[in-house]
Design a protein around this ligand. Sequence first.
Ligand SMILES: Cc1cc2nc3c(=O)[nH]c(=O)nc-3n(C[C@H](O)[C@H](O)[C@H](O)COP(=O)(O)O)c2cc1C
Length: 267
Amino acid sequence: MSSNKDTISKTITVALLLCIVCSVLVASSVILLKPVQMQNKTLNLKENILAAAGLLKPGAPKAQIESEFKKVTPRLVDLSTGEYVSADLVEKASAADYDQRKASKDPKFSDSLEGGIDIASIKRRAKYAKVYLVEKDGRLDRIILPVHGYGLWSTLYGFLALEGDGNTIAGLGFYEHAETPGLGGEVDNPRWKALWPGKKVYNLDHSNEPAISLIKGGVDTSRADAIYGVDALSGASLTSRGVTNLLHFWLGEHGFQSYLDRIRKGA
Ligand SMILES: Cc1cc2nc3c(=O)[nH]c(=O)nc-3n(C[C@H](O)[C@H](O)[C@H](O)COP(=O)(O)O)c2cc1C
């Protein structure tokens, strides 16, 4: 038997009220959770910087990440000269406040990459890069460089860590990408990441052009140039090519080449 209460207008009113209540709940949880999300993002970045440099084991507790990160000093580098610059230049109080990813979208703080120079397919590059330095016993021990570039499906964002000599790799890790799990996504595989430490980025007997590359079919360890090669990801040649390209871009003349030259000369 139908009740008098079951009118169309009442049904619509209840549906509308439900929609409003749900929208308010969703909107307030987004607003309330925003600071927590930002904190987690910052913590994740710190963890990835430390992990790339081999200074932290995966899954370390928050307190350990924060205490290890105190040893890391962010500095700003003018990519055209390779010199350190002050945070005033990017209108920030300190290098820590500078967001290189944001700057790379701002025409005031970035350059567009025309034609053949954009081998990493990133379109724009920030004029100033934020590098992270770690000293040990008064000497430069780690130089952690932000790198990014296009793979097959996505832009991969990560950190390349070098030893204090400015040439030996301490580690490479990506903290953001959308490559296929099991294929290009194997960039996150700890076994693949373990192939990087000890490799050299430049063949300095030859030139200061980037030499490090991913090798399809695997590195032939009997070759003298094996020190500049890392096994490509199997079944993921396109992501592998993207990783080689992004490393060549960031270690080349439009990236950190001048900066690393200066480091090696002790300037
Ligand atoms: C659904 C799907 C997802 C794929 N994802 C990737 C990927 O993330 N990275 C990649 O390099 N290749 C990916 N591939 C494979 C590429 O299309 C291409 O076949 C491969 O890069 C060639 O690598 P190989 O020469 O090592 O076999 C994917 C293929 C399919 C069908």
